[in-house]
Each structure stands twice: as structure tokens, then as C-alpha cells.
Design a protein around this ligand. Structure first.
Ligand SMILES: [Zn+2]
Length: 444
């Protein structure tokens, strides 16, 4: 039994899918028993209760630092961590120039293992304890990531990226091998500890109809598994999809007609979706991973989060870093960028103005909203009894090494202001400690 004392701030699953309410306990306690949270409440009450009991718990007093839920990254490519911040072109050129050569290096198992090790260490450094991740076309890239994640106790969902056209020959599989290799990996890893498999066609342009149908068959055999792919990221991409799939109603229909649009289908970006597409996605509670640093970096456009939810209330939305298109693994940086995108949309003055995202909403989409988008909110996303013991201790004081943040935080008069400052100014330096599945990481 361990007690973590500090300023507890968490979304609560008692609120509906539209966020805004936070549980805010300035001097709070989170009690963990192995990998599970057993109590959350005011520190004085919780500590008094446990000190009277026979087994004395280990107490970690984090002072005035924030205790928030482990962050959820709904869209990230681990093979691209080494090519993050490669300058340049829009999506399709960028894939050819940087992404495909980086992924081709994963034919080397040693490279895959080293990258998986570095990537999972960095997730923890940035406070991410749950992530939906793309591997490469090579099955051993999936083994490498799952192995590294399992060693660290992380909740990771990943799959072999499937591509059978419009990519370099060395990165192509076929409809048959996409299906058989995905099935074999799923059988090996799905449900092991905190690991889950995700069916992972990269995006429509790199899969033939036959490959999408083969993955649709697999999805039909495993109705509960996550499906991840990209959707409606960039205007040039959407035009290309229209040429490649002339019989489809629209981009969403390319996936829908083979059975890949359903609950726990997580679509990266969704920047330019039509009302018909939003309606369809919302009707089955499919998910969009909003990746603002990537969309801004590649000039893909502004995801209209509030308007999308207005059109499709059933849609589930979480934040994704989309590294290497995204420019930071930090959920704080992603949230800060999501704020700026919402600010630009709110200021665009189309007559139906919506407010930019609040700090509470930004925290929600970084945690519980993301967990709902991945269909893992029964386990993670908020600090509540019965959920996995994934905690992030956030430090906005001088000891973080971020003097500008500390200087600003000292002037904050509310929890919302402090969260906002952390998101606009913070990065991995603000992550003081991380508890992954009940196990605190080493002090930094
Ligand atoms: Zn992506």
C-alpha cells in the first residue's frame, strides 16, 4: 500500500462525454495497492484512516505538486521518433522523403529493439502511460515494442502497419500477409498484461481494396479489437483517395464498406471531415485522434473539435502527438497547441463562435477523453478507485528547471490557471515522477 500526497486534479468518469468538471483537492491523497488505485480523497481524512490500520503504508509526500492521471496518447508512430522535426513539405512528400526511409531501417531487429526501448523510456519521461502506437510493416517491430512496454508496465496498443502499394517495395506486404501476420501477432500479444493489438492499415492510399477487405475480415473475427488508421488529414490526400477509390462515397466510406468503421476505430486527424462522415463516425462511437502539433507542422489544417462534436455528439475524441509528424511527445505541449488551434477557430468569426478549449477540457482530452477514444476508460484516464495506478506528478516550481514556468505559476490564483500555464509553458521538465501501474519511476 502506498499513499501519494499532493494537489490532486483529475477528470471524473461521473461526468458525461462533454468535459469541464474536475475533481480538485488542493491537499489530496491517492492510495495505491499494487497496480490499482484504492482511495482518492482529502489527505487528512485518508491518512488518518490508514494510520489507524495495522499495515502502515509507504507515504510519498509530493508537497504542492499536482497529481494527475497518466496521460493518454491516441496516435503516435514509434519508428518515427528519430526523424521528429524533419523540416518540410506537406504530408505526401514528407512521407516519401523522411518517413519511409526511417521505417525501412526497421528491417534490422536490433534497430527496432533499441528504438522501442528509447521510445518507451521517453513516453514515461513525458508522463504518457497509455498509448496507441504505429509500428512498421515488419512483424518484429511489434514484438520489439510490446516487449519494451511489458518490461515497463505500460498500457500499449499497437499493430503491424499494413501497406501493399504506393510505398517503397521493401515496406510492402500483401493482402494475404497483412492478414496472416496481423492475426499471428494478435494471437501472441492481445491481452497479455496491459497490451492490446490494433489492426493497422496505414491509410487508404497505401492499401489496395483487397488488403482493406482482408483486414475487414480480420476485424469481423475480432469485433472488440482496436482499428487504427489515418483519415482526412490533408486536402491533397483526400483528392488522391477520391482518385484511388472512385466507387466510395467519400474517404470514410473507403474504410466503412469493408467493416473498419466501428467503436474503437481510432482515426488519426479527421481535419476535413464532411457532415456525412461525422454523422457516420458518431453513430457508431468511432474516435478521432486530434493531433494539433502535427497538423500545424505539416500545414494540414485546423481540426474543428467543437463543431465536430456538435455535428456528431457520439464521436469520441482524444489527443495524439503524432510523432514524427508531431513535434513533441509531451501531452502538455500537445494540449497547449490544441488550445491555440481552438483559439484560431474561435477567432475566425464565422458567426457561430465557440469558446476556445478550457484548461479542464484540455486535461480531459489528454486523459479520460483519450481513454474513452481508445475504449480503455474502465481502466485508465482518471484517478478513481478501481482504476490502474497510473499517476503523473507535475512540478511547476523552480525545482523543475523551468524558471519561466515557475515564475508564472507563482502568480496563478486558481487550479485552472496553473494547468493552463503548465500546458502552454511545460514539457517533460514539469514531469517530476511517474507511477506506472503502481510502480513509481526513479527520481530524476
Ligand atoms: Zn500518424
Amino acid at each position: 500500500m502506498e499513499i501519494h500526497l499532493g494537489h490532486v486534479v483529475t477528470p471524473s468518469s461521473g461526468t458525461d462525454a462533454t468535459p469541464g468538471a474536475l475533481l480538485d483537492i488542493p491537499r489530496g491523497a491517492v492510495v495505491t495497492d499494487g497496480p490499482v488505485i484504492v482511495t482518492v480523497g482529502p489527505a487528512d481524512e485518508v491518512v488518518a484512516g490508514y494510520t489507524r490500520s495495522a499495515a502502515s503504508p509507504v507515504v510519498h509526500d509530493h508537497g504542492g505538486k499536482l497529481i494527475v492521471p497518466g496521460f493518454v496518447d491516441c496516435h503516435v508512430h514509434y519508428p518515427q521518433i528519430g526523424m521528429i522535426a524533419s523540416p518540410g513539405e506537406q504530408l505526401l512528400d514528407w512521407l516519401d522523403r523522411y518517413t519511409f526511409p526511417a521505417e525501412a531501417r526497421f528491417a534490422d531487429l536490433a534497430h527496432a529493439r533499441a528504438t522501442a526501448s528509447f521510445f518507451t523510456d521517453q513516453l514515461i519521461c513525458h508522463g504518457v502511460t497509455t498509448a496507441l502506437v504505429y509500428s512498421t510493416v515488419h512483424p518484429h517491430s511489434v514484438d520489439a515494442l510490446f516487449t519494451a512496454a511489458r518490461e515497463r508496465g505500460l498500457r500499449i496498443i499497437t499493430g503491424k502497419t499494413c501497406m501493399d502499394r504506393n510505398a517503397p517495395a521493401e515496406l510492402l506486404d500483401t493482402p494475404e500477409t497483412a492478414q496472416s501476420q496481423s492475426a499471428a501477432l494478435l494471437e501472441r500479444w492481445h491481452g497479455v498484461d496491459r497490451l492490446e493489438y490494433a489492426l493497422t492499415p496505414r491509410f487508404a492510399p497505401t492499401s489496395s481494396d483487397a488488403q482493406l477487405e482482408a483486414l475487414g475480415e480480420l476485424a469481423d473475427s475480432y469485433p472488440d479489437v482496436v482499428v487504427q488508421t489515418h483519415l482526412s488529414e490533408n486536402v491533397g490526400e483526400i483528392g488522391w483517395v477520391g482518385e484511388l477509390f472512385p466507387d466510395a462515397v467519400d474517404y470514410t466510406d473507403v474504410y466503412d464498406r469493408v467493416g473498419l468503421v466501428r467503436e474503437r476505430s481510432v482515426f488519426g486527424h479527421g481535419v476535413h471531415l464532411t457532415d456525412r462522415e461525422l454523422d457516420r463516425l458518431g453513430s457508431v462511437h468511432a474516435s478521432v485522434a486530434h493531433c494539433p502539433t502535427s497538423n500545424n507542422f505539416l500545414g494540414s489544417g485546423l481540426f474543428p473539435l467543437a463543431a465536430s462534436l456538435h455535428t456528431a455528439p457520439g464521436l469520441r475524441i482524444g489527443f495524439g502527438s503524432d510523432v514524427g509528424g508531431g513535434t513533441s511527445l509531451s501531452p502538455l505541449a500537445t494540449a497547449g497547441e490544441a488550445y491555440k488551434v481552438s483559439r484560431l477557430i474561435a477567432s475566425s468569426g464565422d458567426g457561430d463562435a465557440v469558446a476556445p478549449l478550457s484548461a479542464a477540457e484540455l486535461l480531459y482530452y489528454s486523459t479520460l477523453g483519450g481513454a474513452r477514444a481508445l475504449g480503455v476508460d474502465a481502466h485508465v484516464g482518471s484517478l478513481e478507485p478501481g482504476k490502474d495506478a497510473d499517476l503523473v506528478i507535475l512540478d511547476a516550481t523552480e525545482s523543475s528547471g523551468n524558471a519561466v514556468l515557475a515564475n508564472r505559476a507563482a502568480e496563478c490564483t486558481s487550479t485552472e490557471e496553473l494547468l493552463f500555464a503548465l500546458m502552454l509553458l511545460g514539457d517533460d521538465r514539469a514531469v517530476d515522477r511517474v507511477v506506472v501501474n503502481g510502480v513509481p519511476d526513479a527520481p530524476r
